[in-house]
Design a protein around this ligand. Structure first.
Ligand SMILES: *[C@@H]1O[C@H](CO)[C@@H](O)[C@H](O)[C@H]1NC(C)=O
Ligand SMILES: *[C@@H]1O[C@H](CO)[C@@H](O)[C@H](O)[C@H]1NC(C)=O
Length: 230
């Protein structure tokens, strides 16, 4: 069992305690076994319609912020969804149904299929619904794969795409591009030094720092602006 409370404490302290420097802090003991799947909870899938829905694909083995009622991942999804909702009441999150485990190939397939299906189904059922796509780490790869299969007719309904610690970015700007028509709506959030997204990065610690308000607030403002135009 993942000790979420302890993880919260560790991540909060890491977010606050360290300024970004050239040295590489140790990763705090989190109680999370990397590669383990995160249980999917269909009961967390929101019902009915909402004008603003944020689809979140979590990072590998990223647990929820259980103590805070989180459903989307403690480092990125939970703070992004809760803070977007503060600024834009009525916004809500959709937890992409994929295991986020070490089985990256089958999991990614499952995740992208789920994203595309959710967009098509909700867009048909809810004529006013618009979407933001958020992916962290492996979840960013899920969103890249999904984007290739999103029907063109739905592009106008997708208002913002935010990638955190995107592995595609490490491969270069060209390979990290989204399809034309979506690419202009993308914000890439990559911590300097994060080896997953920064081609010069060598310090895994920075891959866990996206919980910092500077990163989360930037993403929230981008999403709110995408949804409202303001
Ligand atoms: C990586 O480091 C090299 C050499 O210091 C530098 O020229 C380059 O701009 C850096 N690339 C990125 C993406 O920061
Ligand atoms: C969420 O919003 C609150 C209120 O504006 C702010 O204090 C907090 O730092 C934000 N959380 C993150 C992780 O950015």
């Amino acid at each position: 069992m993942v000790s979420t409370r302890f993880l919260v404490v560790s991540l909060t302290s890491l977010a606050l305690a360290f300024a970004q420097t050239d040295n590489c802090p140790e990763i705090p003991v989190t109680g999370v076994t990397m590669g383990e799947p995160v249980p999917m909870k269909p009961e967390d899938i929101p019902k009915g319609c909402s004008d603003y829905e944020i689809l979140v694909a979590r990072g590998t083995s990223e647990p929820n912020y259980e103590a805070g009622g989180g459903k989307f991942g403690i480092v990125v999804g939970d703070p992004v969804v809760s803070n977007t909702t503060l600024k834009l009441p009525g916004a809500r999150g959709y937890p992409v149904q994929y295991p986020a485990s070490a089985n990256i190939i089958s999991g990614s397939l499952q995740g992208k299929t789920d994203v595309v299906k959710r967009l098509i189904t909700q867009a048909a059922a809810c004529p006013r619904q618009t979407f933001a796509l958020v992916g962290y780490s492996q979840g960013a790869s899920v969103m890249h794969s999904a984007a290739k299969e999103i029907p063109l007719v739905l592009y106008g309904r997708i208002k913002a795409i935010v990638m955190f610690g995107d592995p595609a970015l490490r491969l270069g700007e060209v390979l990290s591009r989204f399809p034309v028509g979506l690419n202009g709506k993308v914000l890439e959030v990559c911590a300097a030094g994060d080896p997953v997204c920064d081609p010069n990065g060598t310090c895994t610690f920075y891959h866990l720092t996206y919980i910092r308000p500077s990163y989360i607030n930037t993403a929230v403002d981008f999403i709110v602006k995408g949804f409202t135009g303001k």
